[in-house]
Design a protein around this ligand. Structure first.
Ligand SMILES: NC(=O)c1ccc[n+]([C@@H]2O[C@H](COP(=O)([O-])OP(=O)(O)OC[C@H]3O[C@@H](n4cnc5c(N)ncnc54)[C@H](O)[C@@H]3O)[C@@H](O)[C@H]2O)c1
Ligand SMILES: O=P(O)(O)OC[C@@H](O)[C@@H](O)[C@H](O)[C@H](O)CO
Length: 541
């Protein structure tokens, strides 16, 4: 039996026998160099980081383009470090599947350290401070999910941990954004070295979102006389600290049992998939698809690794924004969320099965081609129509990427404004488009309300995916039951449908709420009503 750790890498013949690609560089040497001169730290040590970002740096290490790796840090779920990084010496096994089922298996060794970002873990915190003091540090990247950047709740009030951080200052921060702001303050106090702070999450204008959260905390600290005004100036000067925007794309599902079995059959030990107490599904391996796109605004005041040599596009902000609008707001993620919602309601367990369902396929085609594409500005580096076709015809149907609607349904409340709100807003502001002509996006919003009832289309209760607003949203669904005509439905749903934090616009004010409510009423008529509503509006069966 083979174990995934540094010691076992000496058995090159055994790894080769089971066709697992080994890292082609001197691991001990580059770990030492990275420790002494850190260049890249990443927050959010989850699946996309291990399956995509770390693999890009490994490409550069293997070609001799860089001499240092990436330091992984966790702001939120420390179990990941204890159970998935430490026992495997920070190595991971990336399994990439194409649509024909050809698998590429590769050991990724570009991660040199794994740290818990929390002042309560004194050694790790001290090391993080040391890293942020280093003049060599070029970039700080993030994949911490959309909610990771939040500092206020739905009512615009500071979240409790953020409130505490604002009162207490940079010494012992507790919130994710508070900790990052505090580490940037360490950098400011120790040489004011330049650095790029780069969100790689699926948020629109992600760089701006990260900047807004950090600068707001820094300004509160200045107001409370906890830090110097110069800190805000440092953060606001792009030649000191830049916040480039980005678009990232690679489907990295939760680790799958079929891949675990396959690796165990190969003779690999301890390939267990875990679900942490904070709900991260993670394993020593990552399963993913071949397609990948990463577009980043080229604004790096302290330099950067030549990631363009690993296929990353570096460009201007406008091109990033157009690419992001194309992917996150129009051609991939809204389709994913539509499949997630209806998949949970109709009892599907995989995305590839869902796209064999004529109604669901037609739904995503309508959302993509008919309602999404009109607001896409061609980013020029990727053709939107070709991209959409690849998503619908090749990527989603790939049976070797066992992605689940339940994964994608996680945090839907945080995704609604980005995946649908931006398009609705663009229609409502356009002189040439009529927001009331939208039919399929409102159908998905109605589907989401139906999902919040936590009863599927066969009438059985189901466990919804985690979402920070779930309990609050579910309260509004009280008294709405399947098969019974609800009283005062409009009043009940008003707090959701009028909330601009959920849809970027007030759906009542722009005249879409009544359509959503009408569809929702149809979907709650009884068992099978979701399917009947889809069939009616999509003319499918
Ligand atoms: N998986 C994909 O297919 C994919 C593709 C493109 C972009 N992304 C982006 O990456 C994000 C993470 O995806 P993943 O596959 O790594 O998920 P994952 O569940 O494997 O990991 C999530 C990571 O986010 C951290 N996190 C969660 N809540 C946080 C909070 N409040 N503060 C700080 N950190 C927090 C977790 O601790 C973990 O490190 C997505 O939300 C998305 O924005 C993912
Ligand atoms: O990662 P999330 O939770 O923001 O969204 C779930 C999926 O839609 C997403 O992970 C896609 O797989 C990804 O954006 C593809 O590039």
């Amino acid at each position: 039996m083979l174990k995934l750790n540094r010691e076992s890498l000496v058995h090159k013949d055994l790894w080769q026998k089971i066709q697992i690609e080994m890292p082609q560089f001197d691991i001990e040497d580059f770990i030492k160099k990275t420790y002494e001169n850190p260049t890249w730290i990443h927050f959010g040590a989850g699946n996309i980081f291990r399956g995509y970002i770390a693999a890009l740096e490994q490409d550069l290490l293997e070609r001799g383009e860089v001499q240092t790796g990436i330091i992984a840090a966790e702001l939120f779920d420390y179990e990941i470090i204890d159970r998935i990084y430490k026992p495997y010496d920070n190595l991971s096994l990336v399994v990439t599947a194409d649509a024909k089922g050809n698998l590429q298996k590769r050991i990724i060794a570009s991660i040199t350290e794994a740290l818990k970002c929390d002042p309560d873990f004194k050694d790790d915190w001290a090391r993080l401070c040391e890293i942020f003091k280093s003049a060599s540090l070029q970039m700080v990247t993030f994949t911490i999910t959309e909610k990771g950047y939040n500092i206020v709740d739905l009512n615009g009030e500071y979240l409790p941990q953020v409130k505490e951080d604002i009162e207490n200052g940079p010494e012992k921060p507790k919130s994710s954004m508070g900790k990052v702001t505090s580490l940037l303050y360490v950098r400011y106090k120790n040489g004011k070295h330049p650095v790029a702070v780069v969100s790689l999450d699926n948020c629109s204008k992600n760089g701006e979102r990260l900047y807004n959260s950090i600068i707001q905390i820094a300004k509160e600290w200045v107001k409370n006389k906890l830090v110097e005004e110069g800190f805000v100036e440092y953060l606001s000067n792009p030649s000191s600290v830049s916040f480039p925007w980005s678009m990232i794309d690679k489907i990295v599902p939760r680790p799958s049992d079929s891949i675990r079995e396959l690796l165990e059959k190969d003779g690999l030990e301890k390939m267990d998939i875990i679900c942490t107490s904070k709900n991260t599904y993670i394993a020593p391996f990552v399963n993913t698809e071949k397609s990948q796109y990463l577009v980043i605004e080229d604004s790096f005041p302290n330099g950067r690794p030549p990631l363009e040599k690993a296929g990353v596009y570096f460009t201007n902000r406008q091109t990033v924004e157009n690419s992001e609008r194309m992917k996150v707001q129009t051609c991939l993620n809204p389709l994913h969320t539509a499949l997630a919602i209806f998949g949970c309601l109709l009892g599907y367990k995989t995305i590839y099965e869902e796209v064999k369902d004529g109604c669901l396929k037609k739904l995503i085609e309508k959302i993509g081609y008919e309602e999404g594409l009109p607001v896409v500005v061609d980013p020029k580096i990727i053709d939107p129509k070709e991209y959409l076709k690849e998503v619908i015809e090749e990527r989603f149907p790939n049976p070797y990427i066992p992605d689940a609607p339940q994964r994608i349904a996680t945090d839907t409340s945080q995704k609604m404004p980005i995946r649908f709100g931006e398009t609705i807003k663009a229609y409502s502001e356009s002189p040439n488009l009529d927001v009331k002509s939208l039919r399929f996006i409102p159908l998905v919003i109605a589907g989401w309300l139906r999902y919040l009832m936590c009863v599927d289309d066969s009438g059985k209760p189901f466990e919804p995916s985690p979402d920070p607003l779930l309990e609050e949203l579910k309260k509004h669904m009280n008294g709405i039951e399947l098969g019974k005509k609800a009283e005062n439905l409009e009043e009940k749903l008003k707090p959701i449908l009028s909330n601009e934090m959920l849809f970027r616009v007030n759906l009542f004010e722009i005249g879409l709420a009544s359509k959503v409510i009408y569809y929702f009423e149809e979907m709650t008529e009884g068992v099978g009503a979701v399917r009947r509503t889809l069939e009616k509006y999509l003319e499918c069966d």
